[in-house]
Design a protein around this ligand. Structure first.
Ligand code: DNO
Length: 384
């Protein structure tokens, strides 16, 4: 597999020179400064590409070319936005960047409740606490009917939490779930936005009445228009699974399981319509057998995220070491090398450790933790 690394552009304090020293071969990045929905010009793409190449690396994958909210819920301006998407795709193809990752998650991308849960060994990791998430849903967003999405036992714990939770903890939950994890990946809410809860609730309301069937219809509509352009320019589009892979906050999620993946690949059944195989996201759904999914979908996979999770009986999940957990990375590497050799792969979400603890890296994207994970994965590849 090609060893790639998610790099956040020229402002990233992790420099391309550092990445060369640790054996990275390809860069995964985006034009983060272009607002969602606007065209990525050929000039801007070529400028960044050249910058990467001057450092002795290559721009292997775009992550992400964001799909505007209105395309997902079917808003009035979706035609224009799809048009812009097609132009960006064509420009990427012209510049020779042939793998483009995106996602189709309504309103919110990846979800965690805790960005620095302390491990026994003194490192820190990302964590999803179901009760705290339910608290955010029922008591902070105050979403109508939210209680129905949780069991009576879970709701008892949510009420108990309400008696003890501090204002600082509430603020931290808001900041973690809808600001800090979203802003740096061109999400809907970013640092400095006033009243994020109100913005978030407004966004949720755009999906009133949109169920899984309707979201699928909108997804298919998008694919039918963009995939022919991808095909024409030799670009492989690859959708990232929903993280976590289940419905949240009353929103449908549509890339969660074998059945969903089968559906989306058939929706436009040509190789340019493919999958980003995020072992971490898929592994946090107990319904998923990750190596089975890899075997089944390897041929339509264009990009791989190697990370792993453990899921607890109470519905919480934690990022597992890259050598352990439900991701089964050793086996996945074996499957991908056999079925679809040479795929770009990046390690995802390293733990926060050592000197990095006091640096302000994007959550999940510190340097040492990812370097450690890359070394582990490198070893797995060598031994395979
Ligand atoms: C979080 C990532 C996601 C992912 C995007 C892809 O760390 O896994 O933000 O990159 O959803 O579109």
């Amino acid at each position: 597999m090609e060893k790639t690394w998610r790099w956040f552009g020229k402002k990233d304090t992790i420099t391309l020179d550092m990445l060369r020293q640790i054996g990275v071969e390809g860069i995964v990045t985006a034009l983060h400064e272009v607002p969602n929905g606007e065209v990525w010009s050929l000039e801007a793409i070529q400028d960044l590409k050249q910058y990467i190449e001057l450092a002795g690396l290559r721009w292997s994958v775009v992550e992400s070319l964001p799909v505007s909210e209105s395309i997902k819920y079917g808003g009035k301006d979706r035609e224009q936005l799809i048009q812009n998407y097609k132009i960006s795709l064509a420009n990427l193809g012209k510049a020779g960047i042939k793998t483009v990752c995106y996602n189709f998650m309504p309103v919110i991308d990846w979800i965690r409740t805790d960005l620095a849960r302390k491990n026994e060994d003194g490192t820190y990791t990302l964590y999803f606490d179901k009760i705290r998430f339910a608290y955010f849903d029922c008591f902070i967003l105050k979403r109508k009917g939210a209680e129905k999405d949780y069991s009576p036992e879970e709701m008892q714990q949510v009420y108990a939490l309400d008696k003890t939770i501090t204002q600082a903890e509430k603020d931290d939950l808001i900041y973690t779930i809808i600001v800090k994890t979203q802003g740096f990946i061109n999400g809907n809410i970013k640092e400095g936005d006033q009243n994020p809860v109100a913005i978030f609730n407004r966004l949720l309301s755009l999906y009133d009445g949109i169920d899984k069937m309707q979201l699928r219809e909108n997804f298919k509509y998008f694919l039918e228009q963009v995939i022919p352009v991808a095909e024409e320019y030799g670009v492989n589009l690859c959708v990232h699974p929903d993280d976590p892979p289940f419905a949240v906050l009353g929103l449908p999620r549509i890339v969660t399981s074998a059945e969903d993946i089968e559906w989306l690949l058939k929706a436009v059944d040509i190789p340019n319509n493919g999958l980003t195989f995020c072992a971490g996201s898929l592994s946090s759904g107990l319904h998923n057998d990750v190596p089975e999914l890899a075997k089944r979908f390897a041929k339509r996979t264009h990009f791989v995220h190697l990370r792993s999770t453990d899921v607890y009986a109470n519905g919480d999940f934690i990022e597992a070491p890259h050598t352990a957990g439900r991701g089964h990375l050793v086996e996945l590497i074996r499957i991908f090398e056999k079925e679809n050799p040479g795929l770009p792969m990046r390690v995802d979400h390293g733990k926060l450790m050592l000197d990095d603890v006091n640096k302000s890296y994007n959550p999940g994207y510190s340097f040492l933790g990812r370097m450690y994970a890359l070394a582990q994965v490198d070893g797995m590849m060598a031994a395979n």
